[in-house]
Design a protein around this ligand. Structure first.
Ligand code: ADP
Ligand code: MG
Length: 471
């Protein structure tokens, strides 16, 4: 085969394989940047190719880049696992191998190969979960749902009470409902409460998290499978059939792949399903509730949720406000949780010190009610003989808010350590707020990017965040 033909074939192979490949020449210009790599890094090949690496990936500290290290120090990095958020905010896990290419003692370039193992990881978790379910079928997730009703929902905030009133009215109808709220605001609780207050209460309530499974598995779990559909397939009803007459909660619908959204829409419109690989149309009568932790308007704008499906689901929309917007619920909820965990752990903590109340009120709860519940749960479980809950029992996640402890109560570390703690938590805040993007985080903190990078290294925070806007 001629050299040219050989090159053409190589080129095609590079574009076809699933691994991301990035090659730079000795001067640091990118000479190969295949489709898989571009998809992984959310870049366009033409923006990278034939350009200096340092110029294209401006946010990268060249000392951190394995590719640049391979060039400058002839360093090899084998199978290094990295987890980062890509530009869409999704968590990606890759395994990277980087090698310098040396011919007759001369460096002729460096190659980086990145394998996206996000789906594989997800799949292996799923397999474990399914195996566990097979071992103890009666304990399967779908069936051991804890029964919650409106009586379990506490709150006195006006907006929250309006939300509850709407949910109670919605329970009396048969309409599809889209429930929007940040994580931990009680979406699942509301969904269940609606079911158990509806005419369908004596029929099944099933829930499926759409983010937990890869697309094809989610499809067969929802719609069922038919013998001959694919190798090894058996005749098995899906959740739509199992929930017949009842309610099906599609949790985190924003994670449902767009093709599957199309199929779901058809089911909702036509009121029958067809199992994967099956030929029969099976009529169903299932009420659909769906939740999302991102605002529906954003999902539509970003094209994550199909408009037609949105209109079909959103016959009634219930928005649950985040806890920081209803501070009047914080202590009320805290007291409920104190009672619950006193009972559970056999403790007798009857009241809360003012300092503890202040601490609870000054926190902003990025994890909402779930986070508040966890804070109280661990406080109660750790308290020894006391009958009063003190602020020292409350371990709030300082990564996302400023430290609340009394500045005069310095521990061993002294002033430097205390200030470092504040600095660290502010950096964490900024990184979280900007999806790990160092440049933007630095801008919001009004410091130089290099300074921020230095501090990240100093506090050993780099693993998760610094890789976000790097390759
Ligand atoms: N209004 C509320 N009253 C009592 N507990 C609540 C309330 N809202 C949320 N919770 C608690 O918070 C936790 C998270 O609720 P969940 O419905 O799973 O949130 P989401 O689905 O929105 O992430 C639940 O364990 C529940 O105990
Ligand atoms: Mg949930």
């Amino acid at each position: 085969m001629k050299n040219r033909e050989y090159m053409i074939i190589m080129k095609h192979i590079l574009q076809l394989i699933d691994e991301g490949i990035h090659v730079v020449d000795p001067e640091g210009n990118s000479v190969v940047y295949n489709r898989a790599m571009a998809m992984l890094e959310k870049m366009e090949s033409q923006d990278v190719l034939k350009k200096p690496f340092a110029e294209v990936f401006k946010n990268i500290d060249l000392n951190e880049s394995t590719l640049m290290q391979a060039l400058s120090k002839r360093q090899t990095t084998m199978r290094k696992e990295q987890t980062y958020l890509n530009k869409d905010g999704r968590e990606i896990t890759t395994v990277n191998t980087t090698v310098p290419v040396i011919e007759d003692g001369e460096l002729i370039g460096a190659i980086e190969i990145a394998k996206n193992i996000t789906e594989i990881q997800k799949m292996s978790r799923t397999i474990l979960e399914l195996r566990r379910e097979m071992d103890q079928p009666q304990k399967s997730k779908a069936h051991k749902i804890k029964k919650y009703s409106f009586d379990n929902l506490y709150g006195q905030n006006e907006v929250f009470l309006e939300t509850l009133a709407l949910a109670k009215r919605a329970a009396k109808t048969n309409a599809s409902i889209l429930i929007y709220g940040e994580t931990g605001t009680g979406k699942e609780l509301i969904a269940q409460s609606i079911h158990f207050a509806s005419d369908r209460q004596s029929k099944p309530f099933l829930a499926q998290n759409c983010a937990a499974l890869p697309s094809n598995l989610l499809e067969s779990i929802l719609f069922g499978t038919s013998k001959g559909g694919f190798t090894g397939a058996t005749d098995r009803p899906g959740m739509f059939e199992q929930a017949d007459g009842g309610t099906l909660l599609l949790d985190e619908i924003n994670s449902m792949p767009i093709e599957l959204q199309g199929k779901l829409l058809r089911v909702l419109q036509e009121q029958y399903i067809r199992r994967v690989g099956g030929v029969k149309d099976i009529p169903i009568d299932v009420r659909i509730l769906a939740t999302t932790n991102e605002p529906p308007s954003e999902l539509l704008a970003k094209g994550i949720l199909r408009k037609d499906l949105y209109y079909r689901l959103n016959i009634i929309e219930i928005d649950i406000p985040p806890l920081r917007q209803r501070p009047d619920d914080i202590l009320l909820l805290a007291e409920q949780f104190m009672e619950k965990y006193n009972k559970k752990y056999g403790k007798k903590i009857w009241m809360m010190a003012n300092s503890a109340k202040q601490k609870l009120l000054s926190y902003d709860y990025p994890g909402n009610v779930r986070e508040l519940e966890n804070i109280i749960m661990s406080a109660i479980s750790m308290a020894e003989e006391e009958h009063v809950l003190l602020d020292k029992h409350l371990i709030v996640n300082r990564r996302k808010s400023l430290p609340q402890q009394d500045i005069y109560e310095l521990k061993e570390g002294g002033l430097d350590e205390y200030l470092a703690g504040i600095e660290k938590s502010m950096i964490e805040n900024a990184l979280v707020a900007h999806g790990g993007n160092i440049s933007k985080a630095a801008e919001s903190l009004k410091i130089k990017r290099q300074t921020l990078q230095h501090k990240i290294k100093k506090y050993k925070m780099q693993e998760r965040h610094s890789s976000c806007d790097e390759s």
